[in-house]
Design a protein around this ligand. Structure first.
Ligand code: GTQ
Length: 354
């Protein structure tokens, strides 16, 4: 990319730029190639967070602040290239939330849509618009935009999950609203547990349906069912060279991603499987749910290798060539901004030979 350095600018032009600058004008030709790049330029870097290293800090946070005071007791996964911005990728937020027995993270709602991917513990619930779902490790739970939600732990040990939010998309469009309840009324249970799953999660849909959100009406995609689907499919041996066995979490009403702004996937890589190099315009966060292996990101001297085990988290930037190797049967959860790229028509991917 060539951008003309200021000292190379012809004095007459520089004088012109100064004068038009006073009128809030600027010459496009000085910045065009910085704006419209030949290939994606990413501000973030690939990175690995090891769960074993994060966990002590989560427990430490519990001693320093209550869930009540924090509202959400979350340690933000900050991309090392963008400290202080609460970004795991340019468009997405990632954080680890911990809630102790007896604690409640009070009801609130916001424009940002959220996903929870449960890492550890049991006995905690999330409620969405008055319906509770108890969460277990590997469950994928969603909070649609502008729905009241709270979290509570009625179990006996701490519970930890990964939060993913479309935070920076909402910020980009300056469309953020939030509301705290100020009372517990917003968190009151108004629908029986399992109601959404019965209505929408059994390959059936209500004929008379009042559900109008673009987000999936199923709000807990349970791991036992997800795992069973992967296990059943593996017997067919239809492995994608680039993805192994990979499924998207779908909205049963529309076939879209469960959350319109955040694409989410689960994939199985059998022991010894090496995916062929792949890249796409999506920046992706991977979580190792089971097993172990490594992810190789980048090319040439910039190549980086991240070895992961259960609950470790890896972020891969847009357009970086990436491949995975499974040292043992590995299950990976992932979330990215792919759904937005696709809907707006600028999604691209490139598949390489092994
Ligand atoms: O649980 O509602 O990690 O509002 C960041 C913002 C979690 C939540 C986060 C949130 C939440």
């Amino acid at each position: 990319m060539t951008v003309h350095a200021t000292h190379n600018i012809d004095p007459a032009r520089r004088e012109f730029y100064r004068r038009i600058g006073e009128r809030n004008l600027a010459p496009l030709w000085e910045v065009l190639h910085k704006l419209v790049t030949a290939t994606p330029e990413t501000a973030i870097v690939p990175h690995l967070w090891r769960y074993a290293e994060l966990k002590p800090h989560l427990l430490e946070a519990c001693e320093l602040i209550t869930a009540k005071e924090a509202e959400r007791r979350v340690l933000v996964l900050e991309n090392p290239a963008l400290p202080g911005e609460s970004r795991i990728t340019k468009s997405l937020f990632g954080g680890l939330q911990i809630i102790l027995p007896g604690e409640i993270a009070a009801p609130h709602r916001h424009t940002q849509a959220a996903l929870r991917f449960v890492l550890e513990g049991e006995g905690a619930y999330t409620s969405v618009d008055g319906e509770r779902t108890f969460m277990r490790p590997g469950d994928f739970v969603i909070t649609p935009s502008w729905t009241w939600h709270d979290h509570g732990n009625v179990g006996t040990g701490p519970m930890v999950w990964l939060d993913g939010l479309d935070m920076h998309m909402i910020k980009l469009f300056e469309a953020s609203f939030r509301e705290g309840s100020g009372s517990d009324a917003a968190g009151r249970v108004s629908r029986p547990e399992g109601d959404s799953e019965a209505r929408y999660g059994a390959n059936l849909l209500p004929v008379e349906d009042s559900y109008r959100r673009p987000t999936s009406p199923v709000f807990n995609y349970r791991y036992d069912r997800t795992r069973e689907a992967l296990e059943q499919m593996r017997r067919e041996n239809e492995w994608s060279p680039w993805h192994g066995l990979k499924l998207k979490y779908a909205n049963p009403k529309t076939g879209d991603y469960a959350i319109p702004t955040i694409a989410t996937f689960i994939q199985l890589l059998p022991k010894g499987f090496k995916t062929a190099p792949y890249r796409s315009t999506a920046s992706t966060v991977f979580v190792c749910v089971e097993g172990g292996g490594k992810t190789v990101v980048g090319e040439g001297e910039a190549t980086r290798t991240f070895a992961w085990g259960p609950l470790d988290i890896v972020v891969v930037p847009s357009w970086e060539i990436c491949r995975h190797e499974a040292a043992e049967d590995a299950v990976l959860f992932s979330y990215s901004d792919q759904g937005v790229h696709e809907k707006l028509g600028f999604w691209r991917e490139e598949k390489f030979d092994a």
